[in-house]
Design a protein around this ligand. Structure first.
Ligand SMILES: [Zn+2]
Length: 393
């Protein structure tokens, strides 16, 4: 029920019909009266009763009483105002309804959403040195630890009984590209496991000297070549250059002088005096490698170094093992690296490859062509030739 106000009191039925388009009783829209007079009237009650008598239902909304300012309008203009008012009220209701709908909807949404997200307690077992690379701890074996307690890791691929082992970075940061080559090999084998014959097992130890690598590169795990230091290898003049470049372990021992073949504490690298350690296998890294090789007894071992650009033999007393000769032939012919059956530049003592020959394990040294390149295609070809040679399949 709406209250229509007019400037001239009650409308006649005719006027009402003209204005509203319906009869009083059918319209169900109310009455029109002079609001100002009505509000002021001492006869308000009487007039209201009169209204009630004439209309069955009346609901005088307070806000409509503000329409009294239209008391002197014509019925037509008044109706227009009232219609505008009704329209505004409808819009207001729609907007309020919409706002309520949105608020309720949002509330329901967030409530349901909250219910759908269960509270999960994740127990994270944090592996040691987890930040050093992306491998899960299950995918490699820690064969030992460095002087500074960094892990020495062995990554295995394949399940055959003939074992081939590849070792990088025994000279740490000084030969960081051998670590990158080893990681490249790990990734390649992980992505192409089918190239390993069924009777072959491959182990890659990418960083035999993690403290030395860390000293130069700032990590003992994975890194990019672009993040490795740019040493001026051509102009190194002091032992401190070698120390700073992480050639040795954290005890300043050259690990490749600490093994049990012609061992000397006072060792030599080119024209430098380097430490071979206080005794044979005095260094934890050398001990870890020794125990690993004694346990595994591989068919052949490939030791990555840089950068003398060639494949080199190994022997302690007497001749190289037949398996060493075979590996030299296979790797050099497949890769294209020059073959060297002797290392006559200076007296090498305590070398890991030479020690391996004393436990009847053939070993060759692959010297990369520079201190930066990993010579991937050459080495991939050489490595796959080794797989083929040592497999009976
Ligand atoms: Zn080296």
């Amino acid at each position: 029920m709406k209250l229509f106000l007019s400037s001239d009191g009650f409308l006649t039925r005719t006027q009402f019909k003209q204005l509203v388009g319906k009869e009083y009783k059918d319209a169900n829209v109310g009455l029109i009266m002079n609001a100002t007079d009505w509000m002021k009237s001492s006869e308000k009650k009487t007039r209201l009763d009169e209204v009630r008598e004439r209309f069955e239902r009346i609901d005088i909304k307070p806000e409509l009483l503000d329409l009294r300012r239209f008391y002197n309008k014509t019925p037509e203009s008044l109706l227009k105002k009232l219609q505008q008012y009704d329209l505004n009220m409808s819009i207001k209701k729609i907007l309020i309804g919409l706002a309520v709908f949105i608020l309720v909807g949002a509330g329901i949404y967030y409530y349901l959403n909250r219910e759908e997200v269960p509270t999960v307690v994740v127990e994270v077992e944090e592996p040691e040195y987890v930040s050093e690379d992306n491998y899960s701890p299950e995918s490699f074996e820690v064969i030992g630890r460095s002087v500074e307690n960094r892990s020495i890791r062995a990554f295995k691929f394949g399940t055959g009984n003939k074992k081939l082992v590849f070792v990088g970075a025994i000279h740490g940061g000084y030969e960081w590209n051998t670590a990158l080559l080893s990681y490249e090999l790990i990734d390649y084998l992980a992505d192409n496991i089918e190239i390993i014959p069924s009777d072959i097992e491959v182990t890659v130890i990418p960083v035999a000297n993690p403290d030395g690598l860390y000293k130069a590169v700032g990590t003992s795990g994975r890194f990019f070549a672009g993040d490795a230091p740019q040493f001026d290898y051509a102009n190194e003049t002091t032992l401190n250059d070698l120390l700073a470049r992480g050639r040795f372990n954290a005890n300043d021992v050259d690990l490749n002088r600490n093994f049990d073949c012609k061992w000397q504490s006072d060792a030599v690298w080119r024209n430098y005096d380097v430490s071979g350690g206080a005794k044979v296998f005095s260094e934890p890294e050398a001990l870890a490698l020794r125990d690993f090789f004694l346990r595994e007894a591989p068919e052949a071992v490939v030791l990555f170094h840089s950068a003398s650009n060639g494949v080199y033999t190994s022997f302690c007393e007497g001749d190289a093992l037949p398996g060493t000769e075979d590996s030299l032939t296979v790797y050099s012919e497949a890769s294209g690296y020059a073959r060297y059956d002797n290392y006559s530049y200076y007296e090498v003592t305590g070398d890991i490859g030479d020690w391996l020959s004393t436990i009847n394990t053939p070993a060759i040294t692959v010297e990369l062509s520079s201190h930066r390149a990993i010579d991937w295609e050459k080495n991939r070809t050489g490595i796959e030739a080794m797989f083929e040679f040592y497999s009976d399949n």
